[in-house]
Design a protein around this ligand. Structure first.
Ligand SMILES: [Zn+2]
Length: 482
């Protein structure tokens, strides 16, 4: 039988605030174990939480970018369960009255603009982290680091709107770009800044009733999300095809072995006994606060991407690459301020990104050496034929490796263009002399042969001649003497 998959996602976004959600401890990653803790995040009796305003600012930024409805009064709630990495035995989260309702994330999939509907976004605190260090030689020993306990998280829940694993991967890619763009999270999945669980069910094609869903946890990369969901769809399909049925369960995906393991079945489902957090007041977000947050939003990545196409006339592919990162988009716009947009795009996407990757540099490291103004100047000179492409590429290497600006580098003798007829004519004549075959072909009407001859002259000039000038000289010589 043919089935259709129905998938919903739950994403956790770790916010990049300076301090934790309800205390003053630093929220940084990578500190010595249990060094960023206090009575509040250790859950000691009598300690009282205080809401971190910056975390709410970040939540508003995301909610407004996604057109969510912002609730003026939302409620923190206790989610009760026991786990060694959670010293209070409850997590402060939001339950029936979250900060953001609805909304949608725009995602471009294979050139088509799609939009995936959200159920909600709420604010909560993270738990600590358990370790099971095998090298202690005794696997019964577990250790807990509470540095992460109380770090602010946003939980984003989508409607069951996905039908293919690739859609989920594209959604996460778009979400990762957005939260980095809004400067609210590093969204590094490997470090757990962005985590994703998926609810997966299948139903016969054409059916409207949803099948029994399973929950897939431990999806810690975008590839892992795509593969894990695909494996679960395959597992459910095989079950139904063999006359079995899908049991409600939580599964873990092991990305290294591409395998699913059932973690717990429905009988062990939790009853979290939510109730409003008595130690915190209602979270009140005034209209002024919302309008300030709205006014502070940057141009959003999908808005900028379509402006690059409509305003700059870039191909959609270029616009997509350049709008992956707001720093890169900004760098491109500055280069495009000094040269044509298409040339700027070629140089940023091809030459600059290529050199960054080859050297293992971030954009920041690159920009310290090759500023947008400097690259713009280089591209402008190529466009004005003051510099040839091959020379400009060599000059860019020198600029990057030495950290010297374009104007200074281009003063060096090796980057001077040889454009004068008196300099180039001997080279042109030598090439005509050395290649009688192609010369005869050209004179016989095969105009394209000129390209070969231009190439030969360029070689002789060490890349310093301007191809257009060489071509004109060659044409004059060849016509003049036929
Ligand atoms: Zn603390």
């Amino acid at each position: 039988m043919a089935y259709e998959a129905v998938i919903g996602l739950e994403c956790h976004i770790q916010l990049r605030t300076r301090t934790k959600m309800f205390c003053e401890c630093p929220a940084e990653f990578g500190a010595a174990a249990n060094s960023n803790v206090c009575p509040v995040c250790l859950g000691l009796p009598g300690a009282l939480p205080v809401t971190n305003k910056a975390a709410i600012d970040y939540a508003l930024r995301l909610g407004l970018a996604l057109q969510c409805e912002i609730r003026g009064e939302s409620v923190f709630a206790r989610k009760n369960y026991f786990y060694p990495d959670m010293p209070k035995n409850y997590q402060i989260t939001q339950y029936d009255r979250p900060l953001c309702d609805g909304g949608a994330l725009p995602v471009r999939i294979e050139g088509v603009d799609r939009s995936f509907t959200l159920t909600r976004i709420h604010v909560e605190e993270d738990t600590g982290k358990s370790f099971h260090p095998e090298k202690l030689g005794d696997r019964r020993i577990s250790r807990v680091d509470f540095n992460r306990a109380g770090v602010p998280l946003l939980e984003m829940v989508t409607e069951p709107v996905f039908h293919a694993p690739a859609e989920c991967a594209a959604f996460l890619t778009s979400l990762r770009r957005l939260v980095r763009w809004l400067d609210i999270s590093d969204a590094d999945m490997e470090k757990g800044h962005l985590r994703c669980d998926a609810n997966v069910s299948i139903r016969p094609v054409g059916a409207t009733k949803l099948g029994t869903k399973t929950e897939l946890k431990n999806l810690n990369s975008i590839k892992g999300v795509e593969r894990g969901i695909a494996a679960e769809i395959q597992r459910q399909t095989a079950l139904l095809d063999s006359g079995g049925r899908v049991e409600q369960a939580t599964l873990l995906y092991d990305a290294d072995h591409d395998k699913l393991a059932v973690m717990r079945s429905k009988e062990h489902a939790h009853d979290y006994r939510y109730f409003p957090e008595p130690d915190l007041p209602l979270l009140r977000v005034s209209e002024t606060w919302v309008s300030e947050a709205r006014a502070g939003l940057p141009e959003l990545p999908w808005e900028l991407e379509s402006r690059f196409v409509s305003g700059f006339g870039l191909p959609p592919y270029d616009a997509a690459v350049l709008s992956q990162d707001c720093g890169l988009a900004d760098y491109f716009e500055k280069v495009a301020g000094l040269a044509s947009a298409k040339a700027a795009s070629n140089w940023v996407m091809g030459e600059a990104l290529g050199r960054m990757n080859a050297r293992g540099w971030t954009l920041q490291e690159w920009e310290r050496r090759v500023t947008a103004v400097s690259l713009g100047e280089l591209v402008r000179r190529v466009e004005n034929k003051e510099l040839t492409g091959p020379l400009a590429k060599q000059a860019l290497d020198a600029m990057a490796d030495e950290g010297v600006d374009a104007v200074t580098v281009l003063e060096r003798p090796e980057y001077q263009v040889r454009g004068g007829a008196d300099e180039l004519l001997p080279l042109v004549r030598a090439v005509i002399e050395e290649h009688p075959g192609p010369v005869a072909q050209y004179r016989g009407g095969k105009a394209a042969t000129i390209g070969f001859l231009v190439g030969q002259v360029m070689k002789k000039s060490g890349g310093q001649a301007v191809p257009q000038v060489v071509k004109e000289l060659l044409e004059k010589e060849l016509v003049g003497k036929s």
